[in-house]
Design a protein around this ligand. Structure first.
Ligand SMILES: [Cu+2]
Length: 301
């Protein structure tokens, strides 16, 4: 077998991985795991309940995740039963202010067999609570759900190896659009773990999704479609207004602020295998973390 035919046979392997990006949700730091292997569940909490500080986190332990050993958190009380783990802030000072990112960790193992495992997480705040417990009737898309459970994709060894190759996604957003607007942009930071190429994008929200590059040529800003961009391991690649971006055209309807848009990214690895990553990207009028009211360049096509 020649090297070429080897890479061709690999090019048909396709992996879909859903990665939630919405910042307000309770998510798993690493949403993929190998079946029948140790897995450290790191629950990431970044927001309170409507700005109210978080005072307790309860994780219901799902089937498919065993030998759970929660890690204590300084200043918080830990209660563990065979079915749930609760951390409770020991004082007002220990409570998590809205916008403070914190991790709650449970070491354990996955059981055998590839499947989605949903962790339901109750977030209790000084005022109110949020129960991150919505699970789709089928599939793994949490699009449109207000309080989705945290999803862990448990996969066999081969798929897991591919999934680990997918880049990390940070600060993803799609710019909202108004009625009649044909196109908009998608932005994020991609951090590759191994050499990869971003080779395409797709979304049910738009007829066409392309990778675009924006560049000054003399005094003129020009935009053109590119068929691939190289991602260098460890070097953040920015898709941002005024630079490389995802262009969504033939929008099927206006994209409303604070909704989620399903977005699929296609990558190719060094062996020629195609990897597919499915994201739920928040719609916003500005980059996440930008000061309120900060003017970002309108995306013109
Ligand atoms: Cu564009």
């Amino acid at each position: 077998m020649t090297a070429k035919s080897f890479s061709l046979s690999l090019s048909f392997s396709l992996l879909a991985l859903a990665v939630p990006v919405a910042q307000a949700h309770v998510t798993l730091e690493t949403p993929v795991a190998e079946a029948g292997a140790p897995y450290q569940a790191v629950f990431r909490v970044g927001h309170g309940c409507n700005k109210s500080p978080t005072t307790a986190i309860t994780v219901r332990l799902p089937q498919g995740f065993v030998s759970a050993k929660p890690l204590p958190r300084p200043g918080w009380k830990l209660d563990a039963t065979p079915t749930a783990v609760t951390w409770t802030a020991g004082s007002k000072e220990a409570a998590l202010a809205d916008g403070t990112r914190a991790d709650f960790v449970i070491a354990g193992s996955t059981t055998r067999g590839a499947r989605p495992v949903w962790f339901k997480v109750l977030q209790t705040c000084e005022q109110g609570s949020l129960d991150w417990a919505d699970v789709p009737a089928q599939g793994t898309s949490t699009a449109g759900m207000k309080t989705p459970a945290a999803l862990l994709q448990v996969m066999d060894a081969r798929d897991f190896a591919l999934a680990k190759a997918l880049p990390k996604v940070e600060a993803a957003w799609v710019r909202g659009s108004v009625p009649g607007q044909q196109g908009t942009g998608g932005f994020m930071r991609l951090i590759a773990r191994e050499p990869l190429q971003l080779v395409g994008a797709a979304t049910p929200a738009a007829g066409i999704a392309e990778i675009h590059e924006m560049k000054m040529e003399g005094d003129v800003m020009r935009m053109r479609a590119v068929d691939k961009v190289d991602l260098v391991p460890g070097t953040p690649f920015e898709l941002k207004p005024g630079g490389y971006h995802l262009m969504l055209m033939e929008l099927k309807q206006p994209l409303q602020k604070d909704t989620l848009v399903p977005l699929t990214l296609l990558f190719r690895n060094a062996a020629g295998a195609q990897l597919k990553m499915e994201l739920q990207v928040p719609v916003s009028m500005q980059a996440p973390g930008a000061p309120a009211g900060a003017a970002t360049e309108p995306h013109k096509h």
